[in-house]
Design a protein around this ligand. Structure first.
Ligand SMILES: Nc1ncnc2c1ncn2[C@@H]1O[C@H](COP(=O)(O)OP(=O)(O)OP(=O)(O)O)[C@@H](O)[C@H]1O
Ligand SMILES: [Mg+2]
Length: 187
């Protein structure tokens, strides 16, 4: 399987959506030799017990993929980071535990000089994918790379395309314009 780091980051962001978050921040910072990503959400969070299970490659709740025997997303990130000299950390709080802010924060970094590190992959394709999940949620993406950087908010992008009432990028034309705009930010 030819998996990129962006594929992994995309899976993690999808978890945030699935956790019912209405605000998600995604920060990607890239240098010539490293890339780090931090995804923070205000979704339902995980208890210490749930978090332990989510990081265990041999555990899956069996709900979403009833025929699969192991979970993939988070354990795969952990395994890849550990095998390639990268770092990872996950903290999470359940919404109703009464202490601290609810939600989940995952951060990780990868050494791009290690030959076993997967390629970064398609960064703007990743942004477009996570901005266009159905439903109404705010997403704030910050990108830093050698020579350029930017921040985009999903609500601003929807408004710029006149889609603020619709609340999502539903039609092909909007998706195409969004893709072009994101590409233009990379130059
Ligand atoms: N951001 C998050 N907020 C709350 N719970 C989370 C979050 N990320 C992961 N989890 C919990 O951890 C479990 C495992 O996540 P993981 O991505 O490994 O597998 P999955 O989402 O169940 O399946 P897959 O990603 O393979 O489709 C999830 O089912 C969910 O219960
Ligand atoms: Mg998942």
């Amino acid at each position: 399987m030819h998996y990129t780091l962006c594929d992994m980051f995309s899976d993690l962001t999808q978890n945030s959506i699935e956790a019912g978050a209405d605000t998600i921040t995604v920060d990607i910072e890239q240098t010539e030799t490293s890339v780090s990503c931090c995804i923070e959400d205000n979704g339902k969070g995980m208890s210490p017990e749930q978090l332990k299970r989510a990081t265990d490659p041999f555990y899956t709740d069996g709900i979403k993929h009833p025929h699969r025997k192991v979970g993939l997303g988070i354990p795969f990130l952990i395994q890849t980071a550990e095998e390639t000299g990268g770092t990872w950390s996950i903290t999470s709080d359940v919404t109703d535990n009464g202490k601290g802010a609810p939600g989940t924060r995952i951060s990780c970094s990868f050494d791009l000089t290690n030959i076993d590190t997967p390629p970064v992959g398609d960064v703007t394709g990743f942004f477009r994918q996570i901005l266009t999940f159905p439903g109404s949620y705010e997403m704030i993406i910050t990108r830093e790379a050698p020579g350029f950087g930017y921040t985009v908010r999903r609500s601003d992008l929807l408004e710029a395309l006149g889609l603020q009432d619709q609340g999502e990028f539903a039609d092909a034309n909007a998706l195409s314009l969004l893709g072009q705009y994101l590409e233009s930010l990379e130059d």
